[in-house]
Design a protein around this ligand. Structure first.
Ligand code: BV8
Length: 254
């Protein structure tokens, strides 16, 4: 089936759905200028593997290096704005909830761009780098109140601070994971967008949705390890495909 035909079929499924769940990954932020995990990091950080730096053991071993990496990443993010893909997902949430459809967006991204675009029902599976927290007290501090004058980053009382993200080797927040799995198990349509499908437990969501009887859709320019569990594949970028999908859904009555 060609992409336009697939978009049409998927739009019909979504327009008729009572419950829709979407999972996003770094690919959705790529067209905002955010580097994905799989593409080589630029400049200073090109010699480091993000999968190794985004690990609790890396922070324990070298909190200064890991803190500098996150400082560099959100400094990059400060230049980035939501792209048409983020905005289409925010509009889709508004249209579908306005029609009485239950909509949940679970993201693996930590950049806050979905919320900036207007998405409200967002589950941040892997946390956010827009908040840091004290490793002693777990007190959370917004980015603009964190002291980055020296590294590693410390609180006023001198305790180590860390980004409020979930590192490899750490459990996802239990409540967030429970709500995401609940949405994935009970949805009529599940869309996985801009994710390589290699990071667990999110990597298991497409299979989980399919086995629960949902129509499953992958939106990604490339095939991924979850493509086999996706009933429909739209091989394109999220910034191009999502606005097209939204436009078709809006034109259809529920
Ligand atoms: C846990 C936060 C219990 C920090 C991140 C089962 C089997 C094997 C291993 C495991 C398993 N269960 C658990 C594990 C261990 C581990 C894991 O999954 N390892 C794998 C990788 C081998 N998981 C964990 O540790 C998780 N915790 O399960 O706790 C436990 C613990 C240990 C052992 C057992 C159980 C915690 C995982 C969370 C890690 N934190 N991020 C930070 O961001 O800095 S993950 C991080 O990497 C990102 O959040 C993101 O999720 C991931 C990268 O994935 P993507 O988002 O998909 O990005 P990527 O670059 O890979 O792909 C981009 C895609 O977009 C590509 O497909 C590309 O084609 C596409 N694309 C590009 N441009 C576009 C596009 N698509 C659309 N439009 C475009 N324009």
């Amino acid at each position: 089936m060609s992409d336009p035909e697939t978009v049409e079929v998927v739009a019909e499924r979504v327009a008729r759905a009572s419950r829709v769940a979407v999972l996003t990954g770094a690919g959705v932020s790529a067209e905002s200028g955010m580097a994905t995990f799989r593409e080589p990091q630029h400049g200073l950080w090109s010699k480091y593997d993000p999968m190794e730096l985004a690990h609790i053991d890396a922070f324990r071993r070298d909190p200064e290096l890991v803190s500098r990496w996150y400082h560099w990443r959100f400094s990059q993010a400060a230049e980035c704005a939501p792209n048409p893909g983020h905005r289409a997902l925010a509009d889709l949430e508004r249209v579908l909830t306005g029609r009485g459809c239950d909509f949940v967006l679970a993201t693996q991204n930590i950049d806050g761009l979905h919320q900036q675009a207007g998405s409200e029902r967002v589950l941040e599976l892997h946390g956010t780098f827009l908040t840091w927290r004290c490793t002693e007290t777990a007190e959370r501090v917004p980015l603009d109140r964190v002291d980055f004058s020296s590294f590693p980053v410390r609180s006023a009382s001198g305790s180590l601070m860390r980004p409020d993200v979930v590192w490899f080797g750490e459990q996802l927040p239990a409540d967030v994971l429970r709500r995401a799995e609940e949405a994935v198990r009970s949805c009529d349509v599940f869309m996985t967008v801009g994710t390589s499908g290699v990071v667990w437990p999110a990597a298991g969501f497409c299979e989980l949705a399919a086995s629960a009887g949902a129509a499953t859709v992958e939106i990604n320019p490339e095939e991924t390890p979850v493509s086999g569990a996706a009933q429909f594949a739209i091989r394109g970028t999220s910034a191009r495909v999502l606005p097209m999908l939204l436009e078709r859904i809006v034109s259809m009555d529920s």
